[in-house]
Design a protein around this ligand. Structure first.
Ligand SMILES: N=CN[C@@H](CCC(=O)O)C(=O)O
Ligand SMILES: [Zn+2]
Length: 403
């Protein structure tokens, strides 16, 4: 089956040429993009969708979320809005509620959150464990995550549970817990921060997970300056996320991590993506991550929702993009790029043409996965120009109309 989407007012492809086309058309064939060109030259297809001048972007690639949880942390949020500051300790509230929930309930909650994300234009999504924090519940979270998300990250190193010895717990994260989650996960993450895991404990987790064949990610430099970025770059992590408190040397390390990479061709040695989480920064009243400075220094940037019950209870990547433009001084093109192609880069999914099951996501090009987001607006600029207005008109995920 093929579908022609025509009369696209603005097609923001975010492909290597960064092309934005006017009066464009796209043909989808099965799960792939088969043709892109001017609407006047569009070929015939089995079905036709008239965009009536609306804008089309790649679907959002949300490279950082924590969707496997039960319970509610409204009280903590209210206390924060009354002046308290965020601390990692709140994670324990979600751990208790998550452990108490049955499998069916936890799955239902996670699926609801994925559906909410898709309804707002997300077509590819990573999610993490991290609210189980014992072998049984981390393995269960990983299994449920594998059934609802495109990419799963093991975050046993989210918090040392109350009553556990930090070094013994870290050993379990690197041993029996890692073994139990291994069949379900592709990535591992560590919350390297005061109140969570020390640099030395983080190093042990990253080493064990790398040796187990997992790709690496780091929660770093969220609540204060620290070793997160240094460790992420040293271990060749795919991304370091949050990055609110960076020294010049952190920015330089991140930029230099990309020096062996040919951005035009997308070849060479990859570095570490800096993932900024604007909704989290607002919701914790933290200083915004220096996205402008990172881009200017040559760092590859992603924007993600960080949807979780503590610091960022939103799955709206559009909201994050809006904030990045209005508050972080990014252009609309840069912000959309970071939330599509940048997210794919952070998940090693930005390239791959017509490889079965591994088509690129996050950009619109022939042979890439047909993940499209049509706005109720003639241009992507409206995402920032009309903040807070739900602008998703239609969504295709792997060629299937999802919204
Ligand atoms: N910072 C660590 N983890 C989450 C928050 C988890 C929570 O508070 O429940 C984050 O990415 O912000
Ligand atoms: Zn997170």
């Amino acid at each position: 089956m093929s579908e022609l989407i025509t009369n696209i007012g603005e097609l923001m492809t975010q492909d290597r040429g960064h092309g934005t086309r006017r009066n464009a058309a796209v043909v989808l064939e099965g799960e792939r993009i088969a043709w892109i060109g001017d609407a006047v030259h569009a070929p015939a297809a089995d079905t036709v969708t008239d965009a009536q001048g609306r804008a089309v972007l790649p679907g959002w690639v949300d490279s950082h979320s924590h969707l496997i949880f039960a319970g509610d942390r409204t009280a903590e949020f209210e206390a924060r809005m009354a002046g308290e500051s965020y601390s990692a300790g709140g994670i324990a509230v979600s751990v208790n509620a998550t452990r108490a929930a049955g499998d069916y309930e936890l799955t239902r909650l996670a699926l609801g959150r994925v559906a909410e994300a898709v309804s707002q234009g997300t077509t590819y999504l990573e999610t993490k464990t991290g609210y189980g924090l014992d072998v049984e519940h981390e393995a269960r979270s990983a299994r449920i995550a594998a059934g609802v998300a495109d990419e799963v990250t093991y975050l046993g190193a989210h918090l040392v549970p109350a009553g556990s010895d930090p070094d013994e717990y870290t050993e379990m994260v690197c041993g029996t817990m890692l073994e139990a989650v291994r069949p379900y996960v592709k990535w591992a993450d560590v919350f390297c921060e005061t109140g969570a895991f020390t640099p030395e404990q983080s190093r042990r987790v990253l080493t064990a997970c790398r040796d187990a064949g997992l790709g690496l990610r780091v929660h770093g430099n969220q609540l204060g300056p620290g070793a997160g970025v240094e460790l992420a770059v040293e271990f060749g992590a795919a991304s370091v996320d949050h990055v609110n408190f960076l020294t010049d040397s952190d920015v330089d390390l991140l930029a230099r991590s990309w020096s062996g990479w040919d951005a035009g061709r997308g070849t060479g040695e990859r570095g570490t993506v800096a993932t900024v989480l604007p909704a989290c920064d607002l919701s914790t009243r933290q200083p915004l991550a220096p996205a402008r400075k990172l881009l200017d220094a040559g760092v590859q940037l992603a924007i993600a929702s960080n949807c979780n019950p503590g610091t960022s209870y939103t799955s709206s990547v559009a909201f994050c993009v809006t904030t990045a433009v209005l508050q972080m001084q990014l252009s609309v093109h840069e912000a959309v790029r970071a939330a599509t192609w940048g997210g794919a880069l952070a998940l090693y999914r930005e390239s791959g043409v017509d490889e079965d099951g591994r088509r690129a996501v996050g950009s619109i090009a022939v042979g890439h996965r047909a993940d499209l987001h049509m706005l109720k607006a003639p241009s992507a600029t409206h995402l920032a120009y009309r903040p807070g207005i739900p602008l998703t008109h239609a969504v295709w995920r792997a060629g299937v109309r999802a919204v």
